[in-house]
Design a protein around this ligand. Sequence first.
Ligand SMILES: Nc1ncnc2c1ncn2[C@@H]1O[C@H](COP(=O)(O)OP(=O)(O)OP(=O)(O)O)[C@@H](O)[C@H]1O
Length: 464
Amino acid sequence: MSSELAIKAVNLSKCYHIFEQPRDRLKQFIYPRIQGAIGQPTKQYYKEFWALENINFEVAKGEAVGIIGRNGSGKSTLLQIITGTLTPTSGSVETKGRIAALLELGSGFNPEFTGRENVYLNGSLLGLTTAQIDEKFDAIAGFADIGAHLDQPIKTYSSGMIVRLAFAVQVQVEPDILVVDEALAVGDWLFQKRCFQRIEKLVSDGTTLLFVSHDQESVRTLTNRALLLNHGKSQAWGTSSDVVLEYRRLLHEEEMAYFSSLIPEPAKVVHETASVDENEIEPNTDISAVDSRVSNARSSQLEFGEGHVRITGVRVLDCNDQDCAIFSPGDTLKIRVHCKTSEPASNLNVAIRIRNKEGVKIYSWGTLNQDMSMQFSGNSDKSFWRKNISKNEEFYVQFECDCPLGMNLYEVQAAVSHEETPDYSNQRILHWIDEAAFFQVLLRKDEYFFGGICDLRVHAQWSN
Ligand SMILES: Nc1ncnc2c1ncn2[C@@H]1O[C@H](COP(=O)(O)OP(=O)(O)OP(=O)(O)O)[C@@H](O)[C@H]1O
């Protein structure tokens, strides 16, 4: 390996043997030997799982490299091979200099020993003499900042205290290569900030850093190159900002695939319904042909309520009253909530909530909001709240707008409630459904563009 390099991995692969049952492990230990001895073909009692496949990369001395990827993508396996706690199935890794690793919480600590004793134990494992540890002890204790706990056994420490002490030892030995896994996430934000500052100082003094984190911003700020692992394979290797972007793209793709599986296929036209005026509520409309796939898109776990008025389906429709799952900003977006009574009902409020995929409530609105505004304009007689609806009656309420939403995936929650008074002050939920429907908003290429969660319809003015 060139003297300029700190780490060189060549065709690194790791295969785990997965045994379906514990006794298969024993069988694997015994039978193939016997089968081999008597000249029979040997049988395999495990399945192979490749946690890493043909990973190649080189890290120059003093370089800071991030390793990112989804859970189970192979990051810890790779770090363990680099630090020598795991052997690869094939390929090789070479490292130069003293490696300090902050991998599993407090690994290398003896829980029965005090913090002070563990500092000496850990220091000696890292190759320091007692005299060298004596010299560094005050700096280590100062960085860990755990006060009198230093003379208590480690088993009495909180996870944050363990990580403080572990980090303090690792960084004070001034390693040639520092390997940091997710462990820092355990510390409080002030400690994390101090760790990051210390890591930056070590890197600027020439330490090589391998840093695994799910926090894309830390990877971008702390490292200059990064490796993206995906199902054990190297998906991207380059500048940290490029690789973090690639990681976002990967996460986005997977989220899209997940949400599209929840969004029902746009339904065929199954019946013609009259176009409903924006503010009109139409009881007694035929809903016999509500596409069952729309209501089937949710799990029955996600609903509750007293139940004498039930939501029988929620449909998302376009300007032609066609079931639609994809919209662009400005498109007519209709959400139709179909209900059925099992007893006579009145004082109803039918409402929707729209949440984006991050779970942020973007909007909630119900018929009572409209009734209230009718009341202000002295036209409250027509309010939905005052309507008496007979037993076994089916009706729907349609909410309609010009879609003001930004690019995202959206969940519709729907609810019907009994409101004792027309001001939401005394409410009984009759039926509430989470994940009643989903839709997506995509921006059309080469058209009006905005960023963020909703369109504020801002106009820019130039003046000089
Ligand atoms: N001893 C083992 N036996 C079998 N499979 C294992 C073993 N150790 C890890 N694996 C599997 O190898 C894959 C990679 O695991 P690894 O811990 O390296 O992932 P990771 O990227 O560090 O995940 P995370 O972000 O969740 O920490 C996972 O699918 C894991 O289940």
